[in-house]
Design a protein around this ligand. Structure first.
Ligand code: ATP
Ligand code: MG
Length: 346
């Protein structure tokens, strides 16, 4: 038995001609979060369904908390929590009843189940709606109730399939906090997401999946480093100053500069971070070159995703099958963060 809380080897699952899983290996150490990233149709949900015993693979093996998923599915089910891309709450029970029922199903005392239900309803801002039947909930409310249901019992291993799709920024944050608490207490989590910022914040390790295969794996920083380092971007006020500015930047560049005359922008790859930026500003100033804008850009996970898969994520494309519609993970506040993103679409 390995140390890994979730482990998969050579998982293959086909649907007719589609190889939804085409030899997937995964390894998630205990009390860590693995972020499964990938474009639509990559095989993320299929992988989650196999690991949670809802679907049998054509070949390969998998274990959860040391228990073989194919040989002992019942045992595995008792060890995991699952929240799916599509909600599974009972429409004719109230929010409170839904959560309480889950608790009692998992052998909590009535009193304990009630208290846990209350706590979670509060956490996800559902306390006002606790006494209403779920049928009357909005899409986002249902989603939150489904998530709360997955969190009633604190299972050793959790699977969350796009947990924050359709949630507003406040509820997304609330969920992140709950997740961080659980992982701090020892829960292992496999999370799929279209929001790269979510993976950046929560995942210890990221596996990028495309066409049923894991095409890259590492920490967010490792993946970013893989596609190239930081760069200084300068926009000069007067395009006549471009040649002079290129000359001033040359000592700092560790590669060829890119010059875009129409936007008066020069980009040079650098190392050394903010220190270099300060030196560059001083140098340009000493030469009397007026700066319209300047910044240090680091690659974002968006850049990584684009460069690896050649797709933008669903959240970026603006297409979304979920009722909440596309939302950026931070309510699109991060002008600075977003500024570093290439707009390329393939
Ligand atoms: N039950 C099914 N019957 C037929 N094809 C399926 C079935 N389930 C999945 N597929 C196909 O397998 C591939 C992987 O689907 P999957 O749902 O795992 O993707 P995903 O990565 O979760 O995508 P999304 O980001 O859209 O949720 C897709 O081409 C999908 O059409
Ligand atoms: Mg999916």
């Amino acid at each position: 038995m390995s140390e890994a809380a979730i482990s998969a080897e050579g998982l293959v699952r086909t649907f007719g001609d589609v190889r939804a899983l085409d030899g997937v290996d995964l390894e998630v150490p205990e009390a860590t979060v693995l972020g499964l990233l990938g474009p639509n149709g990559a095989g993320k949900t299929t992988a989650v369904r196999v690991l949670t015993t809802l679907l049998r693979p054509d070949s390969g093996r998998a274990s959860v908390a040391g228990v073989d998923v194919l040989k002992h599915p019942d045992k595995v089910r008792s060890l995991i929590g699952l929240s799916g891309q599509y909600a599974a709450v009972d429409e004719y029970l109230t929010g409170q009843e839904n959560l309480q029922m889950v608790g009692e199903l998992y052998q909590m005392s009535a009193r304990e189940a009630k208290a846990r239900a209350r706590e979670l309803l509060k956490r996800f801002s559902l306390d006002d709606a606790a006494g209403r039947i779920a049928k009357t909930y909005s899409g986002g409310m249902r989603r939150r109730l489904d998530l709360a249901a997955a969190l009633v019992v604190r299972p050793p291993v959790m699977f969350l399939d796009e947990p924050t799709t359709g949630l507003d920024p406040r509820n997304r944050m609330a969920l992140w906090e709950v997740i961080e608490e659980l992982v701090g207490e020892g829960t292992t989590l496999l999370l799929t997401t279209q929001y790269l910022e979510e993976a950046d914040r929560l995942a210890h390790d990221i596996a990028v999946v495309d066409r049923g295969r894991v095409i890259a794996r590492g920490t967010a920083d490792q993946l970013k480093a893989q596609i190239g380092g930081e760069r200084v971007e300068v926009v000069v006020t007067d395009s006549a100053a471009l040649p002079l500015a290129v000359e001033a930047l040359a000592p700092y560049a560790i590669g060829e500069p890119t010059v875009e005359p129409h936007t008066r922008r020069i980009t040079v790859p650098v190392t050394g971070g903010a220190r270099v930026l300060a030196d560059v500003i001083r140098d340009l100033d000493a030469r009397g070159i007026l700066i319209h804008d300047i910044g240090l850009r680091r690659p974002t996970l968006d850049d990584v995703f684009l460069s690896l898969t050649g797709h933008v994520t669903e959240a970026e494309e603006g297409g979304d099958e979920d009722e909440g519609g596309p939302q950026s993970p931070d309510g699109e506040t991060g002008a600075g963060r977003r500024a570093g993103r290439k707009k390329a679409r393939v």
